[in-house]
Ligand binder design. Sequence first.
Ligand code: KIV
Length: 273
Amino acid sequence: MSATGQSKRNTTAQIEAMKGTRPIVSLTAYTTPIARLLDPHCDLLLVGDSLGMVLYGLESTVGVTLDMMIAHGQGVMRGVQKACVIVDMPFGSYQESREQAFRNAVRILKETGCDGVKLEGGEEMAETVAFLTARGVPVFGHVGLMPQQVKTAGGYRALGRSEEEAEKIRRDAKAIEQAGAFALLVEGTVETLAREITASVGIPTIGIGASPACDGQILVSDDMLGLFSDFKPRFVKHFAELAPTVSKAVEAYAEEVKARTFPGPEHTFQVKK
Ligand code: KIV
């Protein structure tokens, strides 16, 4: 907050206005120290429900709760000065009714102080998105591959290869734009479709596995930092290889502890003479 009580963070309106200016830089963040490191370089940080897999070892995002999202949203907010912070609404917290969605979105906004919420869904969620945006809740839409629906969608794969699939995603994107979302996350779609959607909506598209045709990009920060060494999807680039770095550091620590070379005299307190 500044002396006038105004936050210096990017607003959702500023993110919306970035369409057609320069690519929007986004990453996920789940904790205060990582948010501090990402904030100077990012326009938007998403407290994604991917934290279920990344931090809690869950198999999918389905088990993530509203309380988990709020706790991590609070942590991220403590580390951010500049980026717009959006918190994901977890599975089951908004699909039942627009009133349920509003109640839980308000909890997220009030208890974290974040700038808006993200929810997955196309035409079927448009009424809910319109209900929220008309009542002061900024919404980041999410179309294409929707991880919360992975149980009914039959797994993770890029969408939009068939005309039927592409047409459904086009209609989803348009419906969420018309419902008042300030931006649209487009996940796991072929390049031609991402390009078409980006040209046809007036709000920024932020892609993950959706080609360079989008108005911005987002990745799961632990993925791009190379913290998972076992699996790398095609759309992820490792900008660092932290998993082997962490492994080597822990191996060196274990050796020094066993050899009694750590802690050394410089790490040890003595009585002052
Ligand atoms: O939860 C998440 O991390 C997401 C990604 C697709 C960015 O929504």
